[in-house]
Design a binder for this molecule. Structure first.
Ligand SMILES: Nc1ncnc2c1ncn2[C@@H]1O[C@H](COP(=O)(O)OP(=O)(O)OP(=O)(O)O)[C@@H](O)[C@H]1O
Ligand SMILES: [Mg+2]
Length: 595
């Protein structure tokens, strides 16, 4: 409680007034006492001088003879009740020869030096001609008397005798004591007023300070809606208005910071890349949703240790600046990520940990692989016929073959050339489709006619394998606006696939009907079918389930990819469903585009 500024203030005020009153009191009382005693001394002197001058007996030299007269004179003399006068004459020893004291009638004739109420030193000094005075506490009595001695000097300069007067100082001390009581009361009153005033004044300072402190405390807890009342224009008022200004400034700065942070949070949360932060002890400090998804992390993992080995960063040395910044590519299951890392610093500028960014490059990686595979495939596809042509040509050149064999060899060379030409044509077509260079000649065509034309073109192949064609075309199909050659190429490829990958005596169902706003052509066979794994890749360029078999059948593995590109260019869909050893169903959906 006393640590409060209020109580310190009150205490200082109290002590100040107390000390001031004590000093003033001591001085006043001292002065008063001195004054009173001095007055009494003066009165005593006055009294004695008057006595000396008014009594002829005292003025005469022979005091001893006039002793009774002097006593008589003293008896008539009016003296205060608390005062006594002794006339002392030196008969061998100083002797009291007359007195006003009624205390003891036997004092006349007593040795003044041994009398209880006189002081021998003062008497001896007086007989030497020295007047004197002293305040003396009477022995065994609770009373102090003022003693005054006056030597009466004769005309010859001899000390005739001594007039000794005492006066009780009790009244003086009573007055002084009363004054002390008054002063003490005044001091108590002054101190009470001081405490009260001190309390009020210090409250006027401490209450606003306490208010500011309380509100500052609330601010420290995050509640910035604080303002204090400005009651005056003094320093306290200025403190209050400064506090209000500070609050407003702080609030707006914190709002700005919150806004910035929320922006950063949103960016952090919704950015396409995964981001994590780990400290130097490899504890995970932060991870955005994408990173949590990539690394299979949960909320509980944040704050716990994270193994950098999992992302190929296990060898990072925090002392080596070169180690801290860099990027590498890691694979996680089917996904590939470019992992970039850089250090972040603490307030002192030291390294605090690492920020690691995961950029999903699975597609790029896949495309890169596809590109590499594609080049390898093209090279391979070209190499085979070239090797064949080369070896047959060499044989033809080197050996003398009969005409029949030569013709057979030339036939092989011709068919390998056709194969290469077909491959180059397909690749060119794919390239045109990729770069959208294909010029579509769209026109209204009858799907029924196109399907029937395609069947006729492959009729020989179907017949060769004795395959049964079940054609089912919905009546009154509307015409459809497409590129006839393109769509025919798609149908031909699908029919040719059905023919190639269905055993002899198999059945091929060809359907065409309207479904919503689409014309749907389905080609279904009961051939060898395609496994689920292969179905996923079936539209990839050069992908063939059984490379050897397909090549034997003259296929390059580009047919389905071209078909898909053509259908896509017509805003349609090409779907394939198949069961191994049961058969395959491929459907082409083409929008009708009614005007
Ligand atoms: N109806 C089907 N039944 C079983 N397998 C099929 C069928 N259609 C396609 N396939 C498989 O899919 C692969 C790719 O077919 P795609 O038409 O693209 O190539 P291809 O027929 O081998 O050659 P191309 O069509 O270029 O002459 C084929 O090699 C074959 O393995
Ligand atoms: Mg094909």
């Amino acid at each position: 409680m006393f640590s409060s500024i209020k109580w310190k203030f009150v205490l200082v005020y109290f002590l100040l007034v107390f000390i001031a009153m004590a000093i003033v009191g001591v001085f006043i009382i001292d002065r008063l006492q001195e004054q009173q005693i001095s007055n009494i001394t003066n009165n005593m002197e006055q009294y004695i001088v008057t006595l000396e001058s008014s009594s002829s007996y005292i003025a005469s030299d022979n005091w001893l003879e006039n002793r009774e007269e002097i006593q008589g004179y003293l008896d008539e003399w009016r003296i205060g009740a608390t005062e006594s006068l002794y006339v002392i004459y030196d008969e061998e020893v100083p002797t009291i020869i007359a007195s006003t004291s009624k205390r003891n009638v036997n004092i006349i004739g007593q040795n003044a030096l041994s009398y209880k109420y006189t002081n021998p030193e003062l008497i001896l000094d007086a007989f030497q001609g020295e007047p004197g005075d002293a305040a003396i506490k009477e022995l065994n009595e609770d009373r102090t008397n003022k003693h005054f001695v006056y030597p009466v000097i004769s005309e010859t300069g001899k000390v005739r005798g001594v007039l000794y007067m005492t006066s009780d100082l009790s009244d003086v001390f009573n007055t002084v004591n009363e004054s002390k009581v008054i002063l003490t009361n005044a001091t108590i009153l002054a101190l009470s007023i001081t405490v009260l005033l001190g309390f009020l004044i210090s409250s006027s300072i401490t209450v606003p300070i306490r208010d500011v402190t309380k509100k500052a405390e609330k601010m420290a807890k995050g509640d910035f809606d604080q303002s204090v009342e400005v009651k005056s224009n003094d320093e306290i008022g200025q403190l209050a208005s400064m506090f209000n200004y500070l609050t407003l400034k702080l609030k707006s700065t914190i709002n700005d910071m919150d806004l910035e942070r929320s922006k950063l949070d949103t960016i952090f949360k919704y950015m396409a890349e995964g981001v994590i932060a780990v400290d130097k002890d490899n504890n995970l400090i932060h991870a955005n949703l994408v990173a949590m998804d990539i690394l299979n992390l949960k909320e509980q993992n944040i704050g716990n240790s994270f193994d950098l080995k999992d992302i190929n960063l296990g060898n990072i040395d925090y002392q080596n600046q070169e180690d801290l910044e860099g990027s590498e590519i890691i694979g996680m299951g089917d996904e590939f990520y470019k992992v970039k890392h850089a250090p972040f610093k603490n307030e002192e500028g030291g390294i605090s940990g690492l920020i690691i960014v995961f950029q999903d490059i699975t597609n790029e990686h896949k495309l890169d692989n596809i590109r590499k595979e594609f080049v390898a495939n093209v090279s391979h596809e070209l190499k085979t016929p070239i090797t064949t042509i080369k070896s047959y040509t060499e044989t033809l050149i080197d050996s003398e073959l009969d005409r029949e064999l030569s013709e057979r060899f030339l036939g092989v060379i011709d068919s390998e050339c056709d194969r290469m030409a077909r491959l180059v044509r397909d690749l060119l077509q794919l390239s045109n489709l990729d770069y959208q260079k294909t010029k579509w000649k769209k026109a209204d065509i009858s799907l029924e006619d196109t399907i029937k034309d395609s069947i006729i073109k492959l009729d020989l192949s179907f017949k060769e394998k004795n395959q049964k064609i079940n054609l089912n075309i919905e009546e009154n199909l509307p015409k459809i606006t497409v590129d006839k050659d393109g769509i025919e190429q798609v149908i031909l490829n699908l029919l040719s696939n059905a023919n190639k990958y269905t055993e002899s005596n198999g059945e091929i169902d060809i359907n065409c009907h309207l479904e919503d706003e689409n014309a749907v052509i389905t080609i279904k066979d009961n051939g060898i079918g395609i496994s689920e794994v292969d179905q996923k890749r079936i539209f990839e360029r050069f992908y063939r389930v059984e490379k050897g078999r397909s090549r034997e059948l003259g296929g390059t593995g580009l047919g389905l990819s071209i078909a898909k590109e053509i259908v896509d260019a017509h805003n349609g869909n090409l779907n394939l469903s198949s069961r191994l050893n049961e058969g395959t169903k491929v459907s082409i959906e083409l929008p009708i585009n009614r005007v």
